[in-house]
Design a protein around this ligand. Sequence first.
Ligand code: KIV
Ligand code: ZN
Length: 513
Amino acid sequence: MKKIQFFDTTLRDGEQTPGVNFNTQEKIQVAKQLEKWGVDVIEAGFPIASQGDFEAVQGIARVLTKTAVTGLARCQKKDIDRAYEALKEAVHPQLHVFLATSPIHMEYKLKMTEAQVLTAIHEHVSYARQKFTTVQFSPEDATRTEKNFLVKAVQTAIDAGATIINIPDTVGYTNPTEYGKLFQYLKQEIPLFDTVTFSSHCHDDLGMATANALAAIENGATRVEGTINGIGERAGNTALEEVALALYIRKHFYQCATQIDLGQTKKTSEFVSRLSGMNVPRNKAIVGSNAYAHESGIHQDGVLKNPDTYEIITPSLVGVETNSLPLGKLSGRHAFVSKIEKMGYHLTEEEQNKAFRKFKELADKKKQITEQDLHALIVGEVSEANEPYHLEQLQLQYASGQRQGAIVSIENSKGENQTDSAVGQGSIQAIYNTIDRIMKHEVCLIYYQIQSITAGEDAQAEVHVTIEDVKTKKQFNGIGIDFDVLQASAKAYIQASGFAKQKEIIRTAGGTL
Ligand code: KIV
Ligand code: ZN
């Protein structure tokens, strides 16, 4: 079996999703979970982009022991130096250097000739090799690059010492037949193809990112890049969980092995969804909540007689427990801890105490606490601990057919409290107008979604919001979970508003990334 390396870029390309802003602590949590899931390499960020990115890459480099950590750099010495500083303490450091090679990017964005591009690749890959043993080069927009020139760019990078060549479908333009043939072509034209690792990196603009990645693997790629839940700029990236399952379920066809621990898949997806504020669509392959639900009578009948009739993936394979024993009000600390450990959470004594207290509060309000509730509780703890603002109190005045009023108190991380009030056409508008007054910012709500975490009348509500800063046009996501939908709505909006206030976003020159 051919070994396929998994390269996760949730924290770099995934963070380029509008509204997604992980803070350093959240990035470290995601990276640790990705290491448990078994990825070979984590692209932790773009160290030159901002101080925050630098610190996150450095923090991740310090804590991972098995997984290699890489950072992105343009073909500029200052980028490579900054990445080196961020990555130098990693047990397995790597560097990812890129430069666009398509005619449109060279002419309009870079304003460079082909000869200048080749010189820049040679100069910067050689420079990177003086600092890193493993250097990946990406000819950005490779799938729209003229083929002869792509070969020249790739050959130049290999001659300069690149050990990995990534072929990005930057704009999600290619299709499986064409992308597979591109790898065949490179195999034929590059004499050292088999001594270098070739990697695929696809975007999902035409909905073919996973199919394209698999076509690359069939045609010589031994590394696949992507993100958890397929998050990323525009339509997103290849969803790595889809590739992992496709390679496993269809192993006789692909003849490939990975080191992914499939049982950690659902949990990894939940983690990324909650910390990114990006909802996983119910019908999403592998990790969507409907992925293992059988609705039609004929299907249900078949599954009861033999699950293989309609189920190609056993839910427990990816860590979805369909009939696990729920906990309740009378469950003790021991049962709680052993349950969350079975779910893959290893908390410190102090974290366990805090989580158990929250569990008890929850159990007072809800008869049965399911795994979904526990995931929400524990991951919620992680993000809450890093949030700059918290909802302290919410009061509403409701009269049907009239404008509604809200009084909101918010506490910041220094423990300072601010209270204000406002009215709105409905209760949510009144709450959000009040929060805007407290935050003193001008934002508009561009996305609001409410769903229940589990079935049942006592289910908790989960609200997702995205707001946009009116001046900068930057977007920020927030999630709120509570038994009360208005309280959950307030929490989600406060979280997004907190990010909007705090997060410093530095875009790279020309806004190309
Ligand atoms: O999509 C892309 O081209 C990228 C590169 C930086 C590899 O993300
Ligand atoms: Zn990309």
